[in-house]
Design a protein around this ligand. Structure first.
Ligand code: FE
Length: 214
């Protein structure tokens, strides 16, 4: 595992338009992990096939997440592909609490793949068991480059996209009397006039750029 490459630190981006990123298409996935007999998982939008023969999937995990350390240590993860039927409660379960101090799997019915990691069979249409072959440590995320050890397609239901999540799954913000900033990802409200540049959402770990002024 490499240390943070200094070329990424404080990289100025004077020409960066944050709206441009909204033009990029993303899916939504639950990455599941297991370490010392404990199953856990988290929601990510950062899964892509980046090479073939052999197939390589890149998975970016925020380093503030418990699962990032688990994957670094165990070199294993499962990617569960969410469908449009996935309810907001599933995003709350996997995205808005930490596996560090919570059992995110409690009350959930799930199976296991050959690598003994959880496989979610509800609100998913496929899964992959991945083996970490390499990783790149970035200031916010670790990018894991992985080969496929096992995969299956369960049905032809439509995959959940980030755009669909924002349009049809995330509850609409209630008309706010509150002042401050709201996280566009999870709805967390920071009730202060100022939002520091290095602010990280305490619920979903997204940065200041994902907040908007109320
Ligand atoms: Fe948030």
């Amino acid at each position: 595992m490499g240390k943070v490459d200094l070329i990424y630190e404080n990289a100025p981006a004077p020409m960066e338009d944050s709206r441009a990123l909204h033009a990029v298409g993303y899916g939504l996935y639950i990455v599941t992990t297991r370490e010392n007999g404990k199953d856990s998982g988290l929601v990510v939008n950062t899964v892509s096939q980046v090479a073939s023969n052999p197939t390589v999937l890149a998975v970016g995990i925020n380093r503030a997440n418990y699962s990032c350390g688990v994957i670094s240590r165990t070199k294993k993860l499962n990617v569960n592909v969410l469908t449009e039927s996935a309810p907001f409660s599933l995003f709350q379960r996997f995205g808005f609490q930490s596996g560090k101090d919570r059992d995110k799997m409690q009350g959930l019915v799930y199976g296991r793949s050959e690598n003994n990691l959880p496989v979610l069979r509800e609100h998913t249409n496929a899964f992959f068991s991945l083996k970490v072959k390499d990783s790149i440590t970035l200031p916010s995320h670790t990018l894991f480059l992985c080969t496929v050890e096992e995969s299956a397609s369960f049905n032809r239901d439509k995959s959940m996209t980030y755009a669909y999540y924002h349009a049809s799954v995330k509850p609409k913000a209630t008309p706010a009397k509150a002042k401050g900033w709201v996280c566009k990802i999870c709805g967390y409200v920071h009730s202060e006039e100022n939002l520091p540049d290095d602010f990280i959402c305490p619920i979903c770990k997204h940065p200041k750029s994902d907040f908007e002024k109320l």
